[in-house]
Unconditional design. Structure first.
Length: 418
């Protein structure tokens, strides 16, 4: 059954909840989404409470909101509350899982060309320190990880499959569930980087089949910066020893003995951004309330509109790969450096970002690319904003004679775009 779409009224309500859309077009949700008003108010209220009563005291008074984080994140990804850890960002969450594996010389880790830079340099470090081998799987004809090649690469020494679900530098959606089925059949640990997919795509760890999943709060989930989470399946918990521990992750038994917690909190630190944890839990609840499937459909549909509009213009090259594509759209304007495009769009109060080859050494250089403009939409963005975006892009990238934008509503003002 097809997922229901958001109505015009729904989009208007989302926009009314998003103060940041008033004076600009925000197409940088893959960088940091605009937080909804309930999340902003919850974070600000807790900071005010800390200032008035003290940090420890404020934490105690906000215990229900603080603790709700675990249930809300679990509900968002189809997990159990005790399988969720609060971590300060997606990279550190990924690190806590990866470095918890007791790698030995000759162990092999499988990954693909969509892998995030911080993850891949961690693989390189572990290669230097522990003597692991990295098996880099090529893309298939569609540009996603080649499942046949992945299956063929698994050996008795394969310890881990590390996959980035959605890369930071493109609209690709890797086939995470298919990879999970291979991992299950072959008995291999599976770590999924969901940094760009959480809040943008429906995620269910049982369906995906991953043992570990790392994610951020600040992107499509629209939570505060400096927040993230790690999911660790209870079935593999005892195979993972955190790379460092403290009083939160352990129980100090006596002067010579400690015991790790028997839940995912063994990956947490005692000190954390309490207001951020409250805000992230609320951001998850907010997304669930709208229906993550409905939000995802809107995001992907709007991304497809933007991708089609850009691809239809002579002088613009779109560079997204994969059978499935999301709300991230990457492109280049011929004759204009991506940084120049970014600055030109900023002058129109339009936010985008640039993905450089320095963050994608195993992908962009292979495609002869040094950088890309990355535009990333959310459910609160509008068709009218796509029109305004296209007009701004085409200030330099003039359409060919007789070529025009697709016929849509007049973009009007940013404030009134619905």
């Amino acid at each position: 059954m097809a997922e229901a779409s958001l109505s015009e009224q729904d989009i208007a309500l989302l926009r009314a909840d998003t103060p940041g859309i008033a004076n600009r077009i925000h197409f940088n949700n893959a960088g940091a989404g605009l937080a909804p008003r309930p999340v902003l108010e919850a974070v600000k209220d807790h900071l005010d409470l800390e200032a008035e009563t003290g940090g420890y005291e404020a934490r105690d008074q906000a215990n229900d909101a603080y603790s709700a984080f675990y249930a809300n994140i679990a509900a968002l990804i189809g997990a159990r509350s005790h399988e969720i850890a609060y971590v300060e960002n997606a990279t550190r969450a990924w690190d806590m899982a990866f470095y918890a594996i007791d790698f030995r010389p000759g162990d092999r880790v499988i990954t693909g060309r969509a892998e995030y830079v911080s993850n891949y340099v961690a693989l390189l470090q572990m290669k230097e320190k522990a003597g692991i081998e990295i098996d880099l799987i090529e893309d298939d004809a569609h540009g996603q990880i080649d499942l046949s090649a992945l299956k063929a690469a698994i050996t008795p020494r394969t310890r881990l499959i590390a996959l980035t679900h959605v890369p930071t530098f493109g609209g690709l959606i890797n086939p995470a569930e298919d990879v999970g089925e291979i991992a299950r059949q072959r008995g291999v640990l599976y770590l999924l980087d969901a940094c760009q997919s959480v809040g943008q795509l429906p995620l269910n760890v049982s369906h995906i089949g991953c043992h570990m999943l790392s994610a951020t709060g600040r992107k499509f989930l629209r939570g505060p910066r400096g927040t993230g989470f790690l999911y660790v399946s209870e079935t593999v918990l005892d195979q993972l020893t955190p790379p460092f521990v403290d009083l939160e992750s352990t129980r100090w038994i006596d002067a010579h003995t400690y015991a790790l917690r028997q839940d995912a909190k063994r990956f947490e630190n005692w000190e954390r951004f309490v207001a951020g944890q409250i805000g992230l839990g609320l951001a998850a609840s907010y997304a669930i309330g709208w229906g993550i499937g409905r939000l995802s459909k809107r995001i992907c549909d709007l991304g497809a509109i933007l991708r089609t509009e850009l691809a239809s213009q002579r002088g613009i090259d779109v560079h997204d790969k994969g059978l499935g594509k999301c709300g991230i759209v990457t492109f280049c304007v011929k004759g204009e450096a991506p940084e120049a495009t970014l600055h030109r769009l900023q002058a129109h109060a339009i936010n985008v970002s640039v993905s450089n080859a320095s963050s994608a050494r195993i992908d962009l250089p292979q495609r002869g690319l040094s950088a890309l403009v990355r535009a990333s939409v959310h459910a609160y963005n509008t068709d009218a904003e796509v029109e305004a975006f296209m007009h701004a892009v085409l200030d330099t990238a003039k359409p060919a004679r007789g070529q025009s934008l697709s016929k849509r509503d007049d973009p009007g003002s940013i404030q009134n775009a619905v």
